[in-house]
Design a binder for this molecule. Sequence first.
Ligand code: SF4
Length: 437
Amino acid sequence: MTALTGEQELLGRGAREGGRLFRDWFDELTRAAENREHTAYVFVMGSLCELLRTFDVHTVFPEITSLQTAVRKVSDEYLNLAEDRGFSPDVCGYVKADYALQLRKGAHPMGTIPPPSIAVLTNACNTYFKWAEIWERLYHMPTVTVDVPGTRGLHLQDPSEADLVRDKGYVLHQIEELIAHLERLTGRTFDIDRLREVLHLTNEMARDFRKVLELNRSRPAVFDAMMEGTIYLGVANALRGTPEGAEYFRDLVEEMQYKVDHSLSPLVDQKQEHRLVFVGVPCYPIFRRFYQLFSEWGGIFVSSTYMWFASGGLNYDYEYDLTRPLESLAEGLLLSVRKAGDAMLFHDQALIEAIDRYEADGVVYHPIKSCRTVSTGLADSRRMVLDQRDVLCLYIESDMMDKRVVSEAQLKNRIDAFFEGLESRRIRLGAAAPAAS
Ligand code: SF4
């Protein structure tokens, strides 16, 4: 095999390494299943991974294991099995794929998923509650729900200091209860210094995650926030608070900075780009094709709400205070879950800011059948954005799991028409974007 040159080694490293780390993670879960090691089922919005790592408990993200069945084109097998057992077609596809995975004793295309010893969830999505009840019925294990107060009042005002203090205390108290559960489960005593170490690694990872987002403001953009962004999100969640995760994002900054310095676009032939913001969750059953429908026209997602609400708060400018780790963990959870909720439900103002920051030409809304949480209010958001900015908006519907409601031909028609509109607008404005070098 020919050795890679320095540049070849650097370019695409984030995608290659992301894939490798992800396979390693599934291998580790497979070993945990074989050895019956303690495993927590958690969710991307408020995973509390740092605390679980402190007790050396494995973490499974059922949203990620479910979406991987769609990326690997076998989600229909899982959805059909769940629907045969009585689930409605319009229930969240992630829940159904996971339920079928449990019926199949953890058999997954990437390995074996261990059963839960405990489930830890927040109220970031109401589906989480019912989902965890399924595991309780199947496994009779403890389920700990941390109730995180959301943003209150009109226009997402920052809470008063008094409200914030009360909310933080409320979350902290629940985290202390979770610690007691984990001590009982593992027979170990909580080690605050270990938590400090893990939080330090998350801080490093978060700093670099935000740098990566920031570097995509360059022209040309250096990664696609829907395609590569999903890989980065996978690592950010699965390896949060680990040395490997921190190193991955350090390396990713180096790769992205190189691309900025050399004006390297991920678009084939370094096409002239249409800069877009993506709203929602990708269409995983035809993930690569879905991406190509945009990239073939020079469409590149410079930002996405997915990288905001599914990053566990890494996008948000917050660092854990290592002098008071537990209080800071509570504060971080409060702020990240609150921001994730806002990014899903009230994102119009954040979208306007993203359009300005990333100099976007268009916004693509992708409501999906099986997730009302991220699909609610998108039509209103579109109206608001169109009122306030001179951009084009595309509204296309499909699903993140269920290929029965994915019509590639219909999607293509709508996407083609959108880009024709973008191209004629570009000509009309007489402001052709500078060609990539
Ligand atoms: S309804 Fe949406 S946000 Fe909630 S678990 Fe399902 S996919 Fe996730």
